[in-house]
Design a protein around this ligand. Structure first.
Ligand SMILES: [Zn+2]
Length: 332
């Protein structure tokens, strides 16, 4: 079969007190498994063990997450094929479970403890393998549960990074349009629109809104839309353009200076608009939004790259992968 056959997520639940209702939510969405294995981090488990429906799980596995080599150390007590994996944690736990579920061919769902990037619902895992961060294509989650109370308690810098990753879809969209125009690349217009609508939906918010249900809902849905857009188009195109290549170049060539993915792509997007695309309107809109939200301050707090460093990153970024972006249209 060569035509697109899109499976919608079996469960998307976003709201308050969701982790206390995991059992009911699964039943309500007709998700029945003999065994359910919860993967999480020890510190997170200790904070939430009284709220999580721990009795619903046949096994609870604490992992560090984020490192490929750790996966070979995971040995489940039961090797039941009728098991659902549940990833409760930040990006590193979720990415590890995605990879582990793909390797063992098990369905999984995610319960993010924060919203730091679009990995919460996407077919891509970023893991450190042999000391370097790598992207892996994985099976998509069967669904996602977002507890807005848990997200609200997570560090603000992680939530801001999630905003950065989401808004970078607007940069990715520009690169898709260039690729379509200049080299005739086939772009999935619907997936692209979905990803950019999610990004646009958060642009009106300011720093005072970050703890509100409305903001957390918009951010969660936006990041889920990004993941769905990637699943639909069969690649990360709708949510990953030159700004992601620059972020990957930082991870690759300056691992000691790398920071949160969402912060790196946000900074790269801002720099691209100013110095490469030279779209002053987009630059000012983005600058003002980042300023209003408190994301701009994070650049000077945790991202130690000057504008000169940015220029040096461009040729490295262009070689990161075979993907036509605005970087292919300029002399480097
Ligand atoms: Zn990203």
């Amino acid at each position: 079969m060569f035509y697109r056959d899109l499976n919608v997520p079996s469960i998307i639940e976003i709201g308050r007190n969701r982790i206390e209702q995991i059992d009911n939510l699964l039943l309500r969405n007709h998700i029945y498994f003999k065994n359910k294995v919860l993967f999480t981090q020890e510190n997170l488990y200790n904070v939430y063990k009284d709220s999580l429906c721990v009795n619903t799980f046949s096994e609870i596995v604490c992992i560090k997450g984020g490192v490929f080599e750790e996966l070979s150390c995971i040995h489940l007590k039961s090797s039941s094929t009728d098991a659902l994996y549940v990833a409760f944690g930040g990006g590193s736990v979720i990415d590890s479970v995605k990879m582990f579920a793909s390797m063992t061919e098990h369905p999984y769902l995610t319960i993010p403890s924060t919203l730091s990037n679009d990995a919460i619902y996407s077919p891509i895992a970023r893991l450190i393998k042999r000391g370097k961060k790598r992207s892996f294509g994985v099976i998509a989650p069967i669904g996602i549960i977002v507890d807005t109370d848990v997200i609200r308690r997570s560090p603000r810098r992680l939530i801001l990074a999630g905003v950065g990753d989401l808004v970078s879809n607007l940069s990715a969209k520009k690169d898709c349009e260039i690729a379509e125009r200049n080299i005739g690349e086939t772009i999935d217009a619907f997936a692209l629109e979905l990803a950019s609508l999610g990004a646009e939906s958060v642009l009106k918010f300011k720093v005072g809104d970050i703890n509100t249900d409305l903001f957390i809902n918009r951010l969660a849905y936006g990041l889920i839309f990004s993941g769905m857009a990637m699943i639909m188009s069969g690649n990360s195109r709708p949510a990953s353009g030159a700004e992601h290549l620059i972020s990957h170049a930082i991870d690759e060539y300056y691992p000691d200076r790398s920071t949160l993915h969402g912060v790196q792509v946000a900074w790269a997007q801002l720099m691209l608009e100013k110095y490469v695309r030279k779209d002053q309107q987009a630059y000012h809109q983005l600058y003002n939004f980042f300023k209003e939200l408190g994301l701009y301050e994070m650049f000077s707090e945790c991202l130690f790259f000057s504008e000169d460093d940015f220029r040096k990153l461009l040729p490295l970024a262009r070689e990161m992968r075979k993907r036509y972006t605005v970087l292919n249209t300029i002399d480097l």
